[in-house]
Design a protein around this ligand. Structure first.
Ligand SMILES: [Ca+2]
Ligand SMILES: [Ca+2]
Ligand SMILES: [Ca+2]
Length: 126
């Protein structure tokens, strides 16, 4: 059985398609506890979470084998492994421009008043 990691798509579901996140999820995103989630906090959390899910043995590196057990395609693995040493680190994982854009798109959809941060009422009300 394949586990689908709660990546950007999962969060997209969480925020936009009815499965409204609870206070706990919002709080988890709000790293500095100022009741606002900035794009950086959002990005760090989203990429961190998907990284952790792929890094099965939690050694801070994703091997091709770990990647393959969670993702159907390894083509993204090769793209992510920038220095070609056969493992993807968190830095490499976060570096992809397309990932940043993808997360950014979700963020800006949720940020209804476009002030660059998510507040509880923006996330909570639909
Ligand atoms: Ca690992
Ligand atoms: Ca690498
Ligand atoms: Ca906002």
């Amino acid at each position: 059985m394949k586990l689908t990691p709660l990546g950007p798509v999962g969060l997209l579901c969480l925020f936009l398609i009815g499965c409204s996140p609870g206070w706990k999820e919002f709080h988890a995103l709000d790293a500095n506890r100022d009741q606002r989630v900035t794009e950086d906090e959002f990005f760090t959390r989203v990429t961190g979470d998907s990284f952790k899910k792929l890094d099965a043995n939690a050694d801070g590196k994703i091997t091709r084998q770990e990647w393959r057990t969670k993702e159907s395609s390894t083509s993204l693995f090769s793209v992510s492994d920038r220095n070609g040493d056969g493992v993807v680190t968190l830095a490499e994982f976060s570096a992809g421009k397309s990932k940043r854009r993808q997360v950014s798109n979700i963020f800006h959809t949720v940020d209804r008043n476009h002030d660059g941060s998510l507040e509880w009422n923006e996330v909570h009300s639909r």
